[in-house]
Ligand binder design. Structure first.
Ligand code: ME8
Length: 698
């Protein structure tokens, strides 16, 4: 096969700090749909997904779950794999970043960059957001991350740097020469503006964490989690291996045709990844396509926000096609789209159960009834302009659907296909085959055959077109049509009048049973139950961890993306609310702050008036705390350490001037100070003497 005939598509590799949800399912379903279609277009397709298992985020989640990072990663990677298998996702491989083949690939990449003079040793000081695994430029010590709002951490250490600053011109040239490299256009423009504003060197190793891939020849350093993660796209197909079979595979499939990602990781894929590849003298992927976010309750659905819906809930009720169809039809690709159970059920009933389901069952059951299950022929003498109109529309539908799908306008492509479904349903109603069947003359029989043949041809075309989107139901319709395995259909040849003569229908059954309203409640209940179970078994989310307060944030961040020595920002560290306990995890010993910096933090004595568990969140307590001037609602991750009843009346220390933020949908207005112990539960700060409520600490 020549190389033009191959197609290599990837999803991001998902972090294993928590299990899958319909946000990660979204990207996987989009890629699976594209991969299925490309196979039906005759392309030798390779579809890769996997899990991202290194870094501090995972280390912390594992610690919170009371197991080793490897055990934790094994469990959560297993959840992803199981879900994709259950959904019959057609990935050709599943890469885990803890696999030897990947480790080898990442070390080979590091060595290549080093050999070409793009890596040097330097030192770094700055703020770091652990959740985003990103150096945060604008934030001051302890300040919230501008992207996600979580407290940042001060990092200072010696590490290896990649000369990203030297890559700006080459990147810009590449963007210029390859207009399709970054899609859509808005993302491309953002990236170009970012690169034009100047690039600084990138810290690509850490010494303070262990859970990563060692730097070749200097194992006290581990490799930056994003250099590690991005290399998966190549390590999975043989990069770094000496085995000739792997090399052949790499040659066959690299460069990737599409890296599909969510819009929040554009910079890593469109700036860092091509910069690494250019420096390593390796070919760049053809395109990086960034889609929008799936929102739930108006926020990005995310593991750390905790506002997730699990795919399993939908698979258990409406089935995978309902979920896939909803994601591909309801979300305008590239933009954010909202998920709701109501909208899901509405789409399912309207488009699948009613439109396509009806077209299929009424057409096939009439063929069964009137022609004993053998698809009839149409005859020119019995034709009317109405039949011809359907034939013409079907041809237009194929052309438009193909064009829209190629442009990744999935929602419009489905709208186009459903235009044909609606037209045929209308055609059936207007041509009343059931009434024609009552008349027993020869002309009527020929007319009846022509109507049903027209309907069934159109049904076949729609079924083939939308097979990559709703594979299960379409495979069933296809076999009811008596056409065998739908996967073997060559979409390039799809056209009118291709049903072989004498085709006999298979067993005719409804494919989309109608869902009644009670399914919504059932899904909501299942979701609540699953949340409660996973809170029991899984590690707390990063948001919850940071709500614990205390010294965790004094620990160093996982991976730093920052300035090298000689080009440093002044060392900025403050006793921020989250770096309070230097004892548990010494932060930057040499970093001192001025008293003015300390005074920016308003610490007050408060008294807990109300304390209760947060439903569905194992670690969180909601409290109402009197701080003298007012009563504040504060949500903190101390539920494992304190019974809510025992907290009422207790005097605590509150950071009173922290920006409010939401945890599990509840606004937390301030932070409660606690010692955070590496291996134990948090311990609240308090006083031996009596102190008045509202007193300021300084
Ligand atoms: O970023 N809507 O992993 P991750 C749409 N490990 N897509 C969503 C989504 C939502 N609400 N939530 C997640 C990482 N996604 C890194 C990637 S790649 C070399 C390393 C999808 O677990 C979307 O594709 O945070 C997003 O980019 C990805 O999951 C992030 O997954």
């Amino acid at each position: 096969m020549d190389s033009a005939n191959k197609f290599y598509i990837t999803t991001p590799i998902y972090y294993v700090n928590a299990g899958p949800h319909i946000g990660s399912t979204y990207t996987t379903v989009v890629c699976d749909t594209i991969a299925r279609r490309q196979r039906m277009m005759g392309l030798d397709t390779f579809f890769l997904t996997g899990t991202d298992e290194h870094g501090q985020k995972i280390e912390r989640s594992a610690a919170a779950a009371g197991c080793t990072p490897q055990e934790f990663a094994d469990r959560v990677a297993g959840e992803f794999r199981t879900l994709w298998q259950r959904m019959r996702i057609t990935n050709d491989d599943f890469i885990r970043t803890t696999e030897p083949r990947h480790i080898r690939g990442v070390q080979a990449m590091f060595t290549r960059l080093q050999e070409r003079g793009y890596i040097y040793k330097g030192s770094y000081t700055g703020q770091y957001c652990v959740s985003d695994e990103l150096y945060v430029d604008a934030a001051g010590p302890g300040a919230p991350c501008p992207t996600c709002g979580r407290p940042t951490e001060t990092v200072h250490e010696e590490n290896y740097f990649f000369k990203l600053s030297a890559m700006g011109e080459r990147l810009l040239k590449h963007y210029e020469e390859h207009p399709d490299f970054i899609r859509p256009e808005t993302r491309r423009n953002e990236v170009i503006a970012f690169v034009r504003s100047g690039l600084r060197d990138l810290s690509i190793s850490r010494t303070s964490i262990k859970w990563g891939i060692p730097v070749p020849g200097d194992p006290k350093h581990v490799i930056y989690v994003w250099l590690d993660a991005l290399t998966n796209y190549m390590s999975a197909i043989g990069f770094g291996s000496d085995d000739p079979k792997d090399q052949q595979k790499l040659e066959r499939y690299w460069p990737a045709d599409v890296h599909m990602i969510g819009k929040e990781i554009v910079r890593f894929h469109c700036v860092y990844w091509p910069a690494f590849l250019l420096a390593a003298e390796l070919p760049l992927p053809h395109s990086i396509v960034a889609h929008g976010w799936l929102l739930f309750e108006e926020n990005k659905m995310s593991k750390s926000r905790g506002n997730i819906v699990r795919s399993e809930t939908i698979l258990d009720t409406l089935g995978q096609d309902a979920l896939r169809y909803f994601l591909m039809r309801e979300v305008v690709f590239g933009q954010d789209g909202s998920f709701s159970f109501d909208a899901l059920v509405q789409r399912y009933n309207a488009d699948l159960a009613n439109d396509l389901g009806n077209l299929s069952s009424r057409t096939l059951s009439m063929i069964s009834r009137y022609f004993e299950g053998e698809i009839p022929y149409s005859s020119a003498s019995a034709s009317t302009p109405a039949d011809k109109a359907i034939e013409t529309l079907a041809a237009e539908t194929i052309a438009d659907f193909n064009a829209q799908f190629t442009e990744m306008q999935f929602s419009r492509a489905l709208e186009t296909a459903w235009g044909l479904v609606a037209a045929v349903n209308k055609y059936i109603v207007e041509n009343e085959p059931w009434a024609v069947a009552e008349r027993e003359d020869r002309d009527s029989r020929a007319r009846l055959a022509t109507i049903l043949r027209t309907a069934v041809e159109a049904l076949r075309i729609v079924t083939a077109l939308v097979h990559p989107v709703i594979p299960e139901a379409t495979a069933r319709i296809w076999s009811q049509l008596g056409l065998g395995e739908i996967r073997n259909t060559d979409l390039r040849k799809l056209a009118w009048a291709q049903i072989p003569n004498g085709t006999k229908l298979g067993k005719v059954e409804p494919v989309f049973p109608r869902a009644d309203k009670s399914v919504i409640e059932r899904m909501q209940q299942m979701e609540q139950q699953r949340s409660a179970e996973s809170d029991k078994t899984q590690a707390s989310t990063t948001a919850e961890q940071s709500a614990v307060t205390g010294a965790q944030a004094g620990q160093r961040a996982t991976e730093a993306v920052g300035q090298a020595a000689g080009n440093q920002s002044p060392a900025k560290t403050a006793l921020s609310p989250t770096t309070g306990d230097q004892g548990a995890a010494p932060a930057v010993a040499s970093d001192k702050i001025a008293i003015d910096d300390f005074l920016k933090v308003e610490l007050r004595v408060g008294e807990v008036k109300v304390a209760e568990k947060v439903k569905g969140a194992d670690k969180l307590l909601r409290m109402e705390v009197d701080i003298g001037s007012e009563v504040r609602q504060i949500v903190a991750g101390i539920a494992k350490a304190y019974e809510p009843e025992k907290l009422v009346g207790r005097k605590v220390v509150i950071v009173a001037n922290l920006q409010p933020r939401k945890l599990r949908g509840l606004e937390s207005n301030g932070m409660i100070v606690a010692a955070s112990l590496e291996d134990g539960l948090p311990v609240l700060a308090g006083f031996l003497e009596d102190v008045p409520v509202g007193a300021k600490l300084k």
